[in-house]
Write a new protein. Sequence first.
Length: 251
Amino acid sequence: MTTSDDRLLDGRVRLRQPLVGYRAAIDPVLLAAAVPARPGERVLELGCGVGAAALCLLTRQPDLAVTGLELQPTLAALARHNAEVNGLSAGARIDAALTGLTVLEGDVAAPPKALGSGYDRVLLNPPFQPSVAEASPLASKDLANREGGTPLTVWLGLGLRRLKQGGTLTLIHRSERLSAALTTLEGQAGDLRVLPLWPQAGKPAKRILIQATRGSRAGTTLLPGLALHGADGGFTAEADAVLRGAVKLLL
């Protein structure tokens, strides 16, 4: 497999990833910026890929014990490599009370026992395409992008079950899946908070960030959105500050 070495968070995160297939861009950076993790907490990422979101989160808040679950062995191996080269591997940080990233291989539909439960935070960037979408000829990309036999309900259900009471689940998804996500979350969690991500001001959102709190009975809040690009095609000042790691996204 041919890979490229890229950088996230203004160069602070080194990321090796496949040159062909699914490639991490800004979505995992935005996702990590929206997770309200505090020092000493346990965090679970479902479908961690090469570790982009988990490593961005750990760079923002190093004192976390993060577990990543990834189906594809090649991506899991890259996630472990990326954790090591960034000095964020749990195995390399024994003196830090097991903080850092631990990567487990397994399926969201049948998770390994080692995954455990009682997490303070869960984050996920699940496959964006529904199972009826045309399959990619590249198997690895198809697994990352298309739900296949594991629909969004399974991803969200597992995330909620592994959370402790009062813990939060944060996900990024396509805006047209908002209804499906809220329908799944309602009744199992509350204080649902939705942040639209506009490609430009005045244009419909293509992405959304959603956050839910297990055990809460609070209602749903539609937050002021974030415009990602200005008229010149570059990132807006607000989006650039998030992508560089200078500010968090408060949901």
